[in-house]
Write a protein that binds this ligand. Structure first.
Ligand code: AKB
Length: 322
């Protein structure tokens, strides 16, 4: 039987970098095509790489025609903080990118993974243990695009049978690639500052609680929902997935168990308002019930692993990319 390939769009970002590595380890390097708007030499060394802007409709169509694709992971997006600085661009990339991929997935019979976010929720949703079906009144362009995107995913599933699967990620913490343009990025930056001995001015208030997740859990969530039997999935918009929930004060204290000299202060900026519009914790019981989702990393495990991997050199390289 002919082997079909897996395509990761937006592969050079925080999630894509590690997802591509994992997919290549599971399926073999030749079967996983990484694609990003920027050239990524480290990715082309490990397997096929295509430099492509997903808004280039013809280029994207040609890629689907050239490669036999069975699964697409669409990760290219502008996140919440950058989206507020460039609203038109965020809407265009996040929505037009998704619609183009859904349409190609329909034509080529591909399964799709598309990440949504806790940003779909706004002030009217419960702040604690926000349920899967809570009212969505997002206050950011990013949140609006994710909320509308969830409905488009369900529409393509119900109308055309496209097998689209989605989870609502909280803030993602990792050391391989820097997050870019999110409101939750402080939770990575504070580790880099701690390890390199720099003072960290945190742009959120010390008591701002947000849901967070460590990258290995985030990768596993994507792979597990994609592998789940279709009949088990009762949600075709997106599933809440939770792991931990903490404030800047709590993560700083956790880091200070390893690096007591960490010096930081709270200097809130426009991102404070975004964070305050999101739930502080989410209820993921539907994901647990439907496809056995269970996180493995708590705040202690995240801190221990980040401290073991973020070196001053790595931190410097990452800061230069920000
Ligand atoms: C962001 O902060 O924009 C993202 C997210 C929560 O989706 N990390």
């Amino acid at each position: 039987m002919e082997q079909r390939n897996i395509l990761v769009l937006g592969a050079g970002g925080q999630l894509g970098t590690e997802l591509v590595r994992e997919l290549r380890a599971v399926h073999g390097p030749g079967r996983v095509i990484a694609s990003d708007i920027r050239e990524k030499p480290e990715m082309s060394e490990g397997g096929p790489f295509e430099q492509l802007d997903i808004l280039n409709q013809k280029g994207l169509g040609d890629l689907f025609n050239r490669q036999k694709i069975s699964q697409v992971y669409l990760l290219a997006a502008l996140l919440s903080a950058s989206g507020e600085l460039r609203p038109g661009e965020a809407w265009d990339l996040n929505m037009r990118g998704l619609l183009q991929v859904l349409e190609l997935a329909r034509q080529h019979h591909c399964q799709v993974f598309w990440p949504s976010s806790i940003a779909v929720f706004g002030h009217s949703a419960p702040r604690i243990s926000c349920p899967n079906e809570a009212v969505q009144e997002p206050s950011t362009v990013y949140g609006i695009s994710k909320s509308a995107g969830e409905l488009w995913c369900r529409y393509y599933f119900e109308r055309y049978g496209v097998d689209v699967r989605s989870v609502r990620y909280p803030g993602l913490i990792s050391y391989e690639a820097v997050p870019g343009g999110g409101t939750t990025d402080y939770a990575v930056e504070i580790f880099e500052a701690a390890v390199s001995g720099r003072h960290y001015p945190c742009y959120l208030r010390a008591d701002t609680r947000l849901p967070m997740m460590y990258m290995p859990d985030a990768i596993r969530a994507a792979l597990e929902i994609m592998a789940a039997p279709a009949a088990r999935l009762s949600v075709r918009t997106s599933y809440n997935v939770a792991a931990v929930s903490f404030t800047p004060r709590l993560i700083a204290a956790s880091i200070q168990r390893h690096i007591p000299e960490l010096s930081w202060e709270s200097v809130p900026d426009y991102r404070q308002k975004i964070a305050e519009s999101w739930p502080g914790s989410i209820d993921d019981s539907l994901a647990r019930h439907d496809w056995n989702w269970k996180p493995r990393y708590g705040i202690k495990e995240i801190t221990d692993d980040m401290i073991a991997h973020v070196t001053p050199e790595k931190s410097q390289q990452m800061m230069e990319k920000i």
